[in-house]
Design a protein around this ligand. Structure first.
Ligand code: PAF
Length: 281
């Protein structure tokens, strides 16, 4: 596996490979890789001649009181995992080369960024859209892979690609879970064993809500049950949102039927965890 740290070299390399007729798949990450990321790499491996994985802890998507400094950075470990998963290129630029002095442009996707996580993380999606746009320009991928755990992020990127006529095929991959259902996340490591056990309440709540959706229970009632179940777990410090939403608009659903996004954001031991399930009835 080759490691590239300079945006201009990444761009030249992709261009050369694509001129040879080779397709390039990009898996954007912030590192601290787990099986969820490696699943994206394996999927990209199946679809493309060349697989590029980017590792960049993007400062612009963290708010002032969020965990940018604390976010785990373990590139040596990540490199070993990427070699085993079959990645061809690791693109790991430094902050200075991505955001040089005087950088002053940002991408704002309207509407859906103001809901759910956007209500609690006002700068987050603008930071995500900006860095993903920049990664697309630096890597020029034919396809890009994102995990469903960050469902709202996937909707934001999908919308940006469509709105800006970007030449990238967007691929959303299923959430990878631990054996007890907890969605894999780089932030799970911040939990104590007690917090880790309490975190399983998130997937349990989503799963029982999914049964209620299938049984035709009205969404407002399901939302109430979800909030009650989460609040019954003493280690859940804050429930930022929990409910039944329209997967396209991310608005709360009032009536049963069609597609439903069941989504939760909760804080356990000062760690913000998110998860979701999408159900078609
Ligand atoms: O999901 C992530 O890890 C990040 O938000 C992403 C897409 C790599 C952008 O920094």
């Amino acid at each position: 596996m080759e490691t590239i740290r300079t945006p201009s070299i990444m761009k030249q390399t992709s261009r050369r490979l694509q001129m040879q007729g080779r397709s390039v798949g990009l898996v954007p990450t912030m590192g601290a890789l787990h099986e969820g990321h490696l699943f994206l790499v394996k999927r990209a491996r199946m679809d493309n001649d060349i697989v590029v994985v980017s590792i960049f802890v993007n400062p612009t998507q963290f708010g002032p009181n969020e965990d940018y400094e604390k976010y785990p950075r373990e590139t040596d470990n990540d490199i070993e995992k990427l070699i085993k998963a079959g990645a061809d290129i690791l693109f790991a630029p430094d902050v200075q080369s991505v955001y040089p002095e005087g950088f002053s442009t940002s991408i704002e996707v309207g509407g859906i960024t103001k809901k759910l996580c956007g209500l609690f993380r006002p700068v987050h999606f603008s930071g995500v859209a900006t860095i993903v746009n920049k990664l697309f320009n630096m890597v020029t991928p034919n396809r890009a892979y994102f995990g469903q755990k960050d469902f709202q992020q996937t909707r934001v990127i999908e919308t940006m690609i469509a709105d800006l006529n970007m030449n990238v095929e967007f691929i959303r991959c299923a959430t990878v879970r631990e054996s007890d259902g907890l969605a894999m996340s780089s932030r799970n490591r911040f939990l104590s064993p007690e917090g880790r056990a309490a975190a399983t309440t998130i997937y349990k709540t989503l799963s029982s809500a999914a049964e209620q959706v299938k049984a035709g229970v009205p969404p407002p009632e399901i939302t109430e049950h979800m909030n009650e179940a989460l609040r019954a777990e003493p280690l859940v410090e804050v429930v930022q949102y929990a409910g039944v939403y329209d997967p396209l608009t991310l608005d709360e659903k009032k009536a049963s039927g069609g597609s439903s996004l069941l989504a939760i954001a909760a804080i356990i031991e000062n760690t913000r965890l998110i998860d979701n399930i999408v159900i078609e009835v």
